[in-house]
Design a protein around this ligand. Structure first.
Ligand code: TGC
Ligand code: FAD
Length: 397
C-alpha cells in the first residue's frame, strides 16, 4: 500500500498516459531548470525575456494541441500538464505562453484561412513570431460586446480595412509581431477578427505602449494596442467567423489552461509552506507544522489542489472527445482561480514577516493569482455564466 502523498493525494497521476507523464516531465525540467532561476529578477525588474517563447518553441510546448503546422499535436490533458508546470514557476510565464498558444495560435487554427494558418502557425510554434490577443478596451472589459474599435473600408484602396480604437491590458502587446484584434465592421456592426502585422503598419497608425508598475504578473509584459486608421488587408481578416463566438471560442481554450495552471501555482505554495512550517520553530522549539491552525490551512489547500486537478482532468478528457461545454470551463476556471487565490493567501500567513520578502516566492504567487481570478472573465462573471445556465435567466444587465 503506497503512503499518502501530499503532492498527489488522490492519485491523479495514475490517470495520465505514459506520453502525458513524459511531456509533463519535459516541461517540469525546463521550468525548474530554466525559468525558476530567472523569475525573481524578472519580477523585480518587470522584465519578460522574449527568448522564453523560442525556448518553449524548441521543446514543442507552444500550440501543443494543434495537429500539423509544425506543432506537437498532444492531448488536451498533456497541454494542461504543461501549463501547470509553467505556472508552478510563475503565472506571468504561463500567461505569455497561453496567449501565444491558446489565443493566437488556437484562434488562427480554428478560424483562419488555410493561407493564414500556413503563414503564421509554424513561426508562432517556434516562438520566432510573438502574438497577442486584443479584446479588452479601456471602457469595455467584462462586456466586450460593447467594444468601440471599428474597421471601415479604406476610401481609395480596395480590399483594405482601416482599424481605429484602443485595446488595453493586452499580454505581450509591446513585443508582438502579430496582433489578433477584434473590431466591429462599421457597415454592419458585427464583430470580426483581424490579424494585424506590426511590420505592415505605416508609422503613426499603430502604437503598443507597455503598462508599467503592475502589482501582479510582473514577469509578464502587458500593454495597449492603439490604432489610428491602421490599414489591414482583407486577407488578414478571419474569413467567416462573426460575432462574439469568435473571441469566446479562443477564450474557452485559454480558460481551460488557466484552470490547470493555477493548480500548479497553488501546489508550489503548498510545497514551500510545508517546508517552511517544518523548519520554522516558535514556542518551546516546536515547528509551526505542529500547530493545528497551521495544519488546517495546509489540509484545505492540499484538498482544493487535488480536487482542482481532477476537475481539470475531467474537462480535458471531455474536450478531447469534443464534449466540453463552455459552462464546464467557466466552472473550473472560476473554482480553481478562486481556490488558488484563497488558499495561497491563507498559506502566506504561515510565513509571518518573511512572507513580505520576495525570496520566499509566496507573495509573488498571491499577487499573480489575483490577476488570474480577474482576466479571461472575472470570477463573478463566471458565476453569472453558471447562474444563467442553471436558471435560464441572464443577470448581466
Ligand atoms: P452572449 O450573448 O452570452 O454571447 C454572445 C455570443 O457568443 C457566444 N458565446 C460563446 N461561444 C463560445 N464559447 C463561449 N464560452 C461563449 N460564450 C458566449 C454565444 O453563444 C453568442 O453567440 P451568437 O452566435 O448567438 O451570437 O454575450 P454577452 O455579451 O451577453 O456576454 C456576456 C459574458 C459575460 C458571457 C461575456 O461577455 C464574458 O465572458 N465576459 C468576460 C470577458 C472576458 O473573458 N474577457 C477576456 C479578455 S482576453 C484575456 O483576458 C486574456 S488574459 C491572457 C493571459 O494573460 O492569460
Ligand atoms: P470590469 O469589466 O470593469 O469589471 C470590474 C468588476 O465589476 C469585476 O469584479 C467584475 O466582475 C464586476 N462586474 C462587471 N460587470 C458585472 C455584472 N454585470 N454583474 C456583476 N459584476 C460585474 N484582455 C485581453 O483582451 N487580452 C489580454 O491579453 C489580456 N491580458 C490581461 C493581462 C492582465 C495582467 C490583466 C490585469 C488583464 C488582462 N486582460 C486582457 C483584460 C482582462 O480580461 C479584463 O481585465 C477582465 O476581463 C475584466 O475587465 P475590466 O478590467 O474592464 O473590469
Amino acid at each position: 500500500q503506497a503512503a499518502f502523498n501530499f503532492e498527489d493525494p488522490l492519485g491523479s497521476s495514475k490517470l495520465f498516459t505514459e506520453d502525458e507523464l513524459a511531456i509533463q516531465e519535459t516541461a517540469r525540467s525546463y521550468c525548474q531548470e530554466q525559468l525558476l532561476p530567472r523569475v525573481l529578477d524578472a519580477h523585480r525588474s518587470e522584465h519578460y525575456d522574449k527568448r522564453i517563447l523560442e525556448e518553449m518553441g524548441e521543446l514543442g510546448l507552444l500550440g501543443a494541441t494543434i495537429q500539423g503546422y509544425e506543432c506537437a499535436g498532444v492531448s488536451q490533458v498533456a497541454s494542461g500538464l504543461i501549463t501547470r508546470e509553467v505556472e508552478r514557476v510563475d503565472s506571468g510565464y504561463r500567461s505569455g505562453m497561453s496567449v501565444q498558444s491558446s489565443l493566437i495560435m488556437g484562434g488562427i487554427y480554428e478560424f483562419g484561412s488555410e493561407e493564414q494558418k500556413q503563414r503564421y502557425l509554424p513561426q508562432l510554434a517556434k516562438g520566432k513570431l510573438v502574438g497577442c490577443f486584443g479584446l479588452t478596451e479601456p471602457n469595455h472589459g467584462s462586456d466586450p460586446g460593447s467594444m468601440e474599435t471599428i474597421a471601415k473600408p479604406h476610401p481609395s484602396k480596395k480590399g483594405v480595412f482601416l482599424l481605429s480604437g484602443s485595446k488595453t491590458w493586452i499580454t505581450n502587446s509591446p513585443i508582438s509581431d502579430v496582433m489578433m484584434v477584434w473590431a466591429k465592421l462599421q457597415s454592419t456592426g458585427k464583430i470580426r477578427g483581424f490579424l494585424v502585422d506590426r511590420n505592415r503598419c505605416p508609422p503613426g497608425t499603430l502604437e503598443t505602449p507597455a503598462i508599467k508598475n503592475k502589482t501582479g504578473l510582473r514577469a509578464s509584459l502587458t500593454g495597449m494596442i492603439q490604432m489610428d486608421e491602421c490599414p489591414v488587408p482583407e486577407e488578414n481578416m478571419f474569413p467567416t467567423i462573426e460575432g462574439l463566438r469568435g473571441p469566446f471560442n479562443c477564450l474557452n481554450s485559454a480558460r481551460y489552461g488557466i484552470a490547470w495552471g493555477t493548480m500548479g501555482a497553488l501546489e508550489d505554495c503548498i510545497a514551500r509552506t510545508r517546508e517552511y512550517a517544518l523548519e520554522r520553530k516558535q514556542f518551546k522549539g516546536n515547528p509551526l507544522a505542529k500547530y493545528q491552525l497551521v495544519q488546517k490551512k495546509l489540509a484545505d489547500a492540499v484538498t482544493d489542489a487535488a480536487y482542482g486537478v481532477l476537475a481539470a482532468y475531467q474537462v480535458g478528457r471531455l474536450k478531447e472527445e469534443g464534449k466540453a461545454l463552455p459552462e464546464m470551463i467557466s466552472m473550473i476556471k472560476r473554482q480553481n482561480c478562486d481556490r488558488a487565490l484563497i488558499n495561497s493567501r491563507a498559506l502566506q500567513e504561515i510565513f509571518g514577516g518573511n512572507a513580505v520578502s520576495d525570496e520566499y516566492h509566496i507573495g509573488r504567487h498571491v499577487a499573480n493569482l489575483f490577476v488570474t481570478q480577474t482576466y479571461e472573465g472575472q470570477s463573478d462573471i463566471h458565476s453569472l455564466i453558471l447562474g444563467r445556465a442553471i436558471t435560464g435567466v441572464q443577470a448581466f444587465c
